[in-house]
Design a protein around this ligand. Structure first.
Ligand SMILES: Cc1ncc(COP(=O)(O)O)c(C=O)c1O
Length: 424
């Protein structure tokens, strides 16, 4: 399209120093205003992507790198994964586990997943018909939503929520219904939850232990959710990636273990957090055979499969002894207590998490206009990155007095962040 005349002409856009131009095959060159290009390029932006922005968490990581800030924004460990698990991955590559796996997961890995759920929760999943290995919980969640919803269906989400769920729901063409978790304990009103359910409800997303709040849903709360799922014929799509990161008296109950919920649950999990390998991108979805059929189809065409050698290493990981998980939780408890203490010393009002590895903190007393301004100040002035609280809410006016820190970091990283935060 010639940008001046609007007629269809073959050619290309280019840049000459600072100015943009349009060049036809006969070398006729026309200058173009950037706004014209921007407007014309909108033709190539799908409506579905126009409805959400880039991840704020990952944006904060980029900013942290630019400013050389301690990154307490994105939830990935800066310490090593287990030597045994790493060795298993290297051995698998050396032993030539390097080609496509079976699309729904290497058999030994699916067997290890089934055995772990039997051992830990007494849950029986058939590796042949009920387990799909995918590229992290991220793919597990979106593949599940794409597999079970039709445009117009509703999906309930507790707010504040992990930022991926919104784009997942949008990409699936479904509508998001929000139910508030109220601080300080991040409890929900059963009546509000009931009002969110309707004949259009296809599923509720349940993330426990929860990111960003650290809430671990109690059995009684799960029962309320389970009863509503059964009354309204809905599924529970559960993100359980922090299942082993629990503090004090908290315990994790998969909603699939509640009566009547085994067939109504789509349980999503991954190796990322439990084995400190967030870059491996290996996760899984457990669901009844009919649901698994659809999930596997979506998964196959989205990604084909998760990395073959890393699935082999996953067999070793999922067979770790109980002591591995106890130590994981007790190490994270020490890190949580350390960061809670450091944040308290510099004046943050923190919401103490019962699980996962994040601390939501109230920033009202610092007198900044909003969470983004405050986080930018933290990154640029103190050299510590966190996540603005509003990124966990649908309405960005909410959460403006909150920010989230993560503590999946070495003790010295947390100490360094504590020292830097004294500059606030
Ligand atoms: C609640 C929650 N779900 C999913 C993910 C991503 O999981 P994965 O690395 O397995 O894709 C994260 C990462 O921070 C998370 O906090």
């Amino acid at each position: 399209m010639n940008p001046r005349t609007g007629s269809r002409v073959k050619g290309f856009y280019g840049r000459d120093g600072g100015s943009l131009f349009f060049m036809t095959p006969s070398a006729e060159k026309t200058s173009v205003r950037p706004v014209e290009i921007a407007n014309r390029r909108l033709r190539f932006r799908s409506d579905r992507t126009a409805q959400f922005t880039e991840s704020v968490i990952r944006e904060m990581t980029r900013l942290a790198m630019e400013c050389n800030a301690v990154n307490l924004a994105q939830g990935f460990p800066d310490f090593s994964a287990s030597e045994d698990i790493k060795r298993a991955a290297m051995d698998a590559i050396a032993a030539d586990f390097n080609q496509y796996p079976i699309t729904w997961g290497a058999k030994p890995f699916r067997d290890a997943i089934a055995a772990k759920y039997r051992r830990t929760y007494g849950l029986d999943y058939d590796p042949e018909r009920e387990i799909t290995v995918c590229c992290g919980a991220t793919e597990g969640m979106i593949a599940s939503m794409l597999a079970v919803t039709n445009p117009g269906d509703e999906i309930i989400v507790f707010e504040p929520y992990y930022e991926n769920y919104s784009p997942d729901i949008l990409l699936a063409g479904a509508h998001r219904k929000l139910v508030t978790l109220r601080p300080p304990d991040w409890t929900f009103e059963p009546d509000e939850l009931r009002r969110a359910f309707s004949s259009k409800t296809k599923a509720i997303v349940l993330n426990s232990p929860n990111n960003p709040t650290g809430k671990v849903f109690a059995r009684e709360e799960l029962q309320v959710i389970a009863d509503l799922c059964q009354e309204f014929d809905a599924l529970a799509i559960t993100d359980e990636i922090y299942e082993h990161i629990l503090y004090d008296a908290a315990s994790h109950v998969p909603i699939a273990t509640l009566e009547g919920m085994r067939q109504r649950s789509v349980l999503v999990n991954s190796m990322s957090k439990t084995y400190s390998v967030t870059g491996w991108r290996v996760g899984w979805v457990l669901a009844a055979p009919d649901l698994t059929d659809s999930i596997r189809k979506v998964h196959d065409f989205l990604t084909v499969g998760a990395a073959t050698p890393l699935q082999q290493a996953g067999v070793m990981a999922l067979n770790m002894p109980e002591t591995y998980y106890t130590k994981l939780a007790s190490d994270y408890k020490s890190r949580r207590d350390l960061l809670l203490g450091l944040l308290d010393q510099v004046g943050f009002r923190c919401f103490r998490p019962d699980g996962a590895y994040y601390i939501m903190s109230d920033i009202s007393k610092f007198g900044f206009p909003d969470d983004f301004t405050f986080v930018r100040h933290l990154i640029e002035h103190c050299g510590v990155a966190a996540v603005p609280g509003s990124s966990f809410f649908a309405d960005s006016n909410q959460g403006a007095t909150l920010i989230r820190f993560c503590f999946c970091k070495k003790y010295e990283t947390l100490e360094e962040a504590g020292n830097r935060l004294r500059r606030i």
